[in-house]
Design a protein around this ligand. Structure first.
Ligand SMILES: [Zn+2]
Ligand SMILES: [Zn+2]
Length: 302
């Protein structure tokens, strides 16, 4: 096999593992996959995403765009918060939201709060010369009785002095799962929003809430829904039917597909993403499709 063929097969293998989001221990995943996804990113993917983002921003100068769903080593991702934030800034994104899992007896709240604290620290001690610090939000992805729900809080909650309040408000989530309706209500007093990730996607445990449930119980309560997802391989228009804000994201666990699908808002009308989501004035944008075929195959095969 020549060098190009070798690189292509390595890329395929690593993307397949990344796309399938295999349930293998995080430490093993880090060892196996991180060097491979690094190689894929460096050899071809980053430049493609970066070029497409630059072109999109040139055509839409008032839009702020960013990633709203991905994971770091504080839950089941394989990269550090600092590395993810640095790459997102390098790709040209304006903001990013890391969404660590919180689930009783599996992903403790304490780890999600440590991730939030680390985001604040990385902003304050920005360590990526030549790049402006990227805008970040405190958030996590909660396992509820009906499936996952992303909760994003006001940026004030990045400050260490407010972490104690988050701990007090959410500590019961370590004990047992609650309903999606009650989960959505919890974020409202914190100036935050709730986002339904990967609706209709089924796993052996509550994962993607069915649209029929969302229609009946979540309209007027949950703020937004993922219309486009690179990680889960679909493009829909759920938000319009449900009267929610439209979200595009990657659900990246490997610092690989961040930025391939993004959420945008008009910075002339809204001071931040949360304001745009509350007004239902966001849009989901597909930035790069070069991995879609191989991710699709990975979902079928693995
Ligand atoms: Zn999820
Ligand atoms: Zn996720």
């Amino acid at each position: 096999m020549n060098r190009r063929g070798f690189l292509k097969s390595i890329a395929g293998f690593s993307i397949a593992l990344a796309g399938a989001q295999l349930a293998i221990p995080v430490t093993a995943k880090c060892k196996m996959i991180a060097p491979l996804t690094d190689l894929v990113g460096k050899t071809f993917l980053d430049q493609r995403i970066k070029d497409n983002i630059a072109k999109f921003k040139q055509d839409n100068p008032h839009l702020k765009i960013g990633e709203t769903h991905c994971h770091s080593i504080f839950s089941d991702g394989t990269y550090s918060v600092d590395k993810i934030m640095g790459r997102a800034a390098r790709l040209g994104l304006d903001f990013m939201i890391i969404t660590e899992h919180v689930q009783p007896h599996l992903y403790p709240l304490e780890h999600a709060l440590a991730s939030i604290k680390e985001r604040g620290r990385c902003c304050d001690e920005w360590n990526h010369p030549g790049l402006d610090p990227i805008d970040v939000y405190p958030a996590f992805e909660l396992s509820t009785l009906q499936g996952h729900l992303i909760l994003v809080m006001d940026k004030d909650y990045l400050k260490p002095k407010f972490l104690g309040e988050l701990k007090t408000r959410f500590s019961h989530l370590d004990q047992k799962m609650i309903s999606m309706e009650d989960s959505a209500k919890m974020v409202q007093p914190l100036g935050g929003v709730s986002i339904i990730p990967h609706p209709e996607r089924e796993r052996a445990y509550p994962f993607g809430v069915p649209i029929s449930f969302a229609r009946q119980y979540l309209t007027g309560l949950v703020d937004a829904i993922e219309d486009i997802s690179t990680g889960h391989g679909y493009e829909e228009n759920y938000s319009q039917e449900l009267g929610m804000a439209s979200i595009g994201s990657s659900d990246d666990h490997f610092n690989l597909i961040i930025g391939t699908t993004v959420t945008g808002y008009d910075s002339r009308k809204h001071k931040n993403l949360l304001s745009a989501i509350k007004a239902r004035e966001t849009l989901a944008v597909k930035i790069n499709e070069s991995l879609d075929d191989i991710l699709g195959m990975a979902r079928l095969v693995l």
